[in-house]
Design a protein around this ligand. Structure first.
Ligand SMILES: [Zn+2]
Length: 408
């Protein structure tokens, strides 16, 4: 079965979808359940029906397109929601390449033994109540309280966002009950980093997805007059954080190169010219593709913060916001991807994913595999997000070849 995707059609689809949710800053703003997203959902449903595929939407808003077969489902998917002022490839590449693969298989009238299904998951970007709302709903990992009490990053309760849609907390909570058994899940996505471009490889075969810990932390000191409190008598909470930021980064860079640590948001109190900071609140995240490293980082970085606090006369506090486990991609699917790359003559690189993806949620139920294509300058979540279209053609052809093998 030596078939290829219709690349011009796939490119046209990506360009059409990119017209929905255009914002004033030249990017795309299409968070799930927004007006733009609901229009995009309808657009996708029309495409699926026009292709003669079996359309279904679950109670969470996840959209599916199916080609019937016997046994467990081979699934391919990603997401069409975006971050605020995002780009046109993150997520869209996965859903529309998957659609193109199913369309080609249907056009060729191929008789595959297993059922094939495309999935477009809602709110992968976590604009509403944490990452992966759609895939979590699909697998059945959501807690009702998260939805009932959830506050979106737009400052509106999640329940208010739902009012503009046909979806309810009940329908989201029950979405997983409509799910059929999945054997394998494939996702193609832009890399969102610079490695493939630097290595001049059109294809990345993902070997693992990093797990991460999100914490909200604080150093507590003592606010005092900045003109009269001698440096050696201060309990400067900000200096505690500055010390911690440098030393935690040094620890990860020297002992666990490849893992990540980031302080992304800081609030300094009281926050004035003339006052030594008495408290600093900050977000703290660390990521690794190794479970052991993640555990080591949890211990060593928190110990480091305690040590800095006691040396500087501060108090350190930390609460967990979210934890996800690292996920290994299926060795069987990785082997298939390597073989198909060789057959197609595509150079590839084995690569870990530092960013999270729906595939890591589906991994709870099925073997998963991911293909990366390079993005220009490693940029994503930005209007500047760009790809080399030739890489997408290769990635989509590889996706099709592996789907055929899995469902064959
Ligand atoms: Zn994405």
């Amino acid at each position: 079965m030596d078939i290829r995707v219709n690349f011009e059609r796939l490119k046209g689809d990506i360009e059409s979808l990119a017209q929905i949710g255009r914002d004033l800053k030249g990017g795309i703003t299409r968070p799930s359940y927004s007006k733009a997203d609901l229009i995009a959902q309808e657009w996708l449903k029309e495409k699926i029906e026009a292709a003669g595929l079996l359309l279904r939407q679950d109670g969470a808003g996840n959209i599916f397109a199916r080609l019937e077969g016997k046994g467990k489902t081979i699934m391919v998917g990603s997401h069409i929601d975006t971050v605020i002022n995002g780009g046109m490839f993150d997520g869209a590449v996965g859903v529309l390449s998957g659609l193109e693969c199913l369309r080609r298989i249907k056009e060729e009238n191929l008789n595959l033994s297993k059922p094939l299904e495309l999935a477009s998951f809602v709110d992968e970007e976590g604009n509403l109540v944490g990452d992966f709302l759609g895939s979590r709903a699909f697998i059945g990992l959501l807690e009702r309280e998260t939805l009932e009490k959830g506050m979106t990053q737009f400052g509106i309760p999640f329940t208010d966002v739902l009012k503009g849609t046909q979806f309810t907390i009940d329908s989201i909570m029950e979405a997983h009950k409509q799910r059929l058994e999945i054997e394998s899940f494939l996702e193609i996505h832009i890399e969102q980093g610079p490695t493939l471009e630097m290595e001049n490889k059109p294809i990345g075969i993902v070997d693992s997805i990093a797990g991460k810990h999100y914490r909200w932390c604080a150093f507590l000191g003592k606010a005092s007059h900045s003109g009269t409190t001698p440096l050696e008598l201060r309990h400067d909470a900000f200096l505690g954080l500055a010390d911690f930021a440098l030393r935690s980064t040094q620890h990860v860079a020297t002992k666990h190169y490849g893992s990540m640590v980031t302080i992304g948001k800081i609030n300094v109190h009281p926050g004035a010219f003339s006052v030594v900071p008495g408290q600093v609140d900050f977000s703290f995240e660390y990521r690794s593709t190794s479970k052991e490293t993640l555990e080591e980082l949890e211990k060593s970085l928190l110990a480091l913060a305690e040590d800095i606090a006691s040396t500087r006369g501060l108090e350190f506090k930390s609460t967990v916001v979210d934890k996800t486990e690292p996920v290994k991609m299926s060795p069987r699917i990785i082997e298939m991807m390597k073989e198909e790359c060789q057959k197609l003559g595509y150079p590839f690189l084995m690569i870990p994913s530092g960013a999270g993806h729906d595939a890591q949620i589906i991994a709870r139920e099925a073997e998963v595999g991911m293909i990366f294509i390079p993005c220009v300058d490693g940029i994503s979540h930005s209007p500047e997000e760009m790809i080399n279209w030739k890489d997408l053609e290769k990635g989509a052809n590889l996706l099709l070849a592996v789907l055929l093998k899995l469902a064959g």
